[in-house]
Write a protein that binds this ligand. Structure first.
Ligand SMILES: Cc1cc2nc3c(=O)[nH]c(=O)nc-3n(C[C@H](O)[C@H](O)[C@H](O)COP(=O)(O)O)c2cc1C
Length: 213
């Protein structure tokens, strides 16, 4: 069976952590997976994969530029595969928080929906499934100033311990999303002709790209 592909775009590194957790989950399900920064262009044709998961964080209301660029360049290939797009933001932490007033949650849900709609408009690509994912507040990534700003902007209720990391990501829900895509990829692979063989020189180039830091 063809491997799965996880492509991520990150500023602070948290979305890479999400991509790594997803890759671990796929390996646990006994499938091969390749994980790739969207900035790296050394990817073979996407038909080589069973399915693709893309994950990009949001800054100032927009997904990372390199993910927009990647999707624009690979849109037609993505259209032929099972895909999921994960939109990683702190707004989703507010949208998913059942302890918040309904109007605050609704505003946050509209905001995450708008960011996803904008991504579709910007790229011209509609993913098989688009899922907002709540991220985390970590001092190691942002430092205390931006952390305080985020708390105010997004009206997040946090404990008064500035150094404490607060993770909002629902890993169980994310696993369910990944499992669904893996099932789709497996079903699809049963209907595909055998994987096209590659000339040895090309295979070496691809392996080199995967091993690069
Ligand atoms: C300067 C800055 C701007 C941000 N803007 C937004 C925003 O507009 N909406 C939002 O929901 N989250 C926003 N965030 C939160 C990030 O989306 C969130 O922390 C995410 O985990 C960052 O992922 P990354 O570490 O992979 O880049 C912002 C964070 C920073 C540091």
């Amino acid at each position: 069976m063809r491997p799965f592909l996880v492509v991520y775009a990150t500023r602070g590194g948290y979305t890479r952590q999400i991509a790594e957790r997803i890759a671990d989950r796929i390996r646990t399900l006994a499938h091969e997976v390749q994980i790739q920064d969207a900035r790296t262009e050394a990817l073979p044709p996407l038909e080589r994969y069973s399915a693709v998961i893309l994950a990009a964080s949001v800054h100032l209301g927009h997904h990372e530029r390199e993910m927009v660029k990647f999707v624009r360049a690979r849109r037609r290939e993505l259209d032929r595969l099972p895909t999921i797009f994960l939109s990683v933001s702190l707004t989703e932490a507010a949208a998913a928080d059942v302890h918040r007033p309904d109007d605050v949650r609704l505003d946050a849900q509209h905001a995450t929906r708008k960011m996803l709609d904008d991504f579709v408009l910007e790229t011209g690509w509609r993913p098989g499934r688009a899922v907002p994912v709540a991220s985390a507040l970590t001092d190691s990534i942002y430092g205390p100033v931006i952390r305080t700003l985020m708390r105010k902007l997004l009206r997040l209720d946090l404990p008064d311990e500035p150094a404490r990391e607060v993770v909002f990501t629902d890993w169980t829900a994310l696993n369910r999303v990944v499992d669904g895509l893996v099932r789709e990829g497996v079903e699809r692979s049963g209907t595909l002709p055998p994987e096209p063989s590659q000339p040895p020189a090309f295979r070496t180039a691809v392996e080199g790209a995967v091993l690069a830091p």
